[in-house]
Design a protein around this ligand. Structure first.
Ligand SMILES: [Zn+2]
Ligand SMILES: [Zn+2]
Length: 117
């Protein structure tokens, strides 16, 4: 999926937050490496080097915190390899330290980071 930009405006304070979905460039797992950081990047590199990759999905994804309902926009990656294995990192809310879940449409129903509505 090509990278798309989304602007989500708060109906209360009219603050507009920018989010991205998908990824630019080639549809091969190597293309995700420049966007990944830390342990996830090291792990993906070793998967590419040592395992048979069956399926890879990656790109910017909109997540939400189940507690404070604000949105986050990490570069997400999910890899199926060696026929039965799956690697997918977890993301945590920086405020609540709770594992984020994928956000569902409509994105305007989530809490605004600026005004909290
Ligand atoms: Zn707002
Ligand atoms: Zn939270």
């Amino acid at each position: 999926m090509p990278e798309q930009s989304l602007d989500i405006e708060c109906s209360h304070c009219h603050n507009t937050a920018h989010y991205k979905v998908g990824h630019d460039g080639e549809d091969i797992l190597e293309a995700s490496l420049e966007h990944l950081k830390g342990k996830t990047k090291i792990h993906i590199k070793s998967l590419i080097a040592k395992h048979k990759i069956d399926k890879a999905d990656f790109g910017y994804t909109i997540y939400t915190c189940p507690t404070c309902h604000t949105l986050s926009n990490p570069y997400d990656v999910r890899v199926e390899y060696d026929e039965i294995m799956v690697f997918q990192p977890f993301y945590k809310c920086q405020k609540c330290n709770i594992t984020l879940v994928k956000a569902k449409q409509p994105y305007t129903s989530y809490t605004c980071r600026e005004c909290g509505k």
